[in-house]
Design a protein around this ligand. Structure first.
Ligand code: KIV
Length: 268
């Protein structure tokens, strides 16, 4: 049955046309999927950041298709309104356009998500075209592309020099021409993100890319202050949940050890 209540790729295009900002956030499970959906975000991204964030990996590279399909399915189950976008993990679309179509299709079939996201510019444009032609909406990702962290020499701001900035704009035009419906711009100077946003008719969604993008995305566990060891300049923590977790669990431990819990009020 068609999901008439959900945000669609067309709704996002409309938000850009009307100059209204798009809000995207990551989630990896049904509980947080429900909470961020109830908070009214437009897009929930099931990011391959699940690998470093929830699985203790150093990078996003170890994320697997099976893992992304599992997290995609449970996030989709928790949401009713937001567009759910699932990351295609490393090495599930870079080999060929046929590989990209097959894996993007499996993600949509098995998760119920509305779109996939993949990283790269001109080199992946033919694959974006093939996936879009198969009826699968694609969000692209430029700038700091975490699946290429080793080639990029770390998590550094991209497009600082004029030539690199021009290349990024060419990449952005290539992915738009290939049919992507939106693009994430990660860790690029605000002025460059502004140029890309003006050059494209599809929405740009920034993370560490300044205020001029058509929308903003943050990683949920970072902005909640749960992943409290991670404090890049662009990140604004909207809560300090790590402190709350430590203090609540510490209080529970101390009351159990001291015999104060369970008390009469919490016993049958
Ligand atoms: O995997 C992820 O969480 C992402 C965001 C940083 C945009 O791609």
């Amino acid at each position: 049955m068609t999901d008439l209540k959900r945000v669609t790729t067309l709704s996002l295009a409309d938000l850009k046309r009307r100059g209204q900002k798009i809000v995207m956030i990551t989630a990896y499970d049904a509980l947080f999927g429900r909470l961020v959906d109830e908070a009214g975000v437009d897009v929930v991204l099931v990011g391959d950041s699940v690998a470093p964030l929830l699985c203790g990996e150093e990078t996003t590279l170890p994320a697997t298709l099976g893992q992304m399909m599992y997290h995609g399915r449970i996030v989709r189950r928790g949401t009713t309104r937001a567009l759910v976008v699932v990351d295609l993990p490393f090495l599930t679309y870079q080999v060929s356009a046929a590989q990209a179509v097959r894996n993007a299709g499996l993600v949509l079939k098995r998760t119920g998500a509305g779109a996939v996201k993949l990283e790269g510019g001109r080199t992946v444009a033919p694959s974006i075209r093939a996936v879009v032609d198969a009826g699968i909406p694609v969000m692209a990702h430029l700038g700091l592309t975490p699946q290429s962290v080793h080639a990029l020499g770390g998590h550094r701001v991209q497009g600082k020099e004029a030539a690199a900035a021009d290349r990024l704009i060419e990449d952005a035009k290539a992915i738009e021409d290939a049919g992507a419906f939106a693009v994430v711009l990660e860790l690029v100077p605000a002025g460059l993100a502004q140029r890309v946003t003006a050059a494209l008719s599809i929405p740009t969604i920034g993370i560490g890319a300044g205020p001029h993008c058509d929308g903003q995305v943050l990683v949920l566990h970072d902005m909640l202050g749960l992943n409290d060891g991670f404090r890049p300049k662009f990140l604004k923590p909207y809560a300090a949940l790590a402190d709350i977790v430590r203090s609540a669990v510490g209080a529970f431990a101390s009351e159990v050890r001291g015999g104060q819990f369970p008390d009469a009020e919490h016993s049958h």
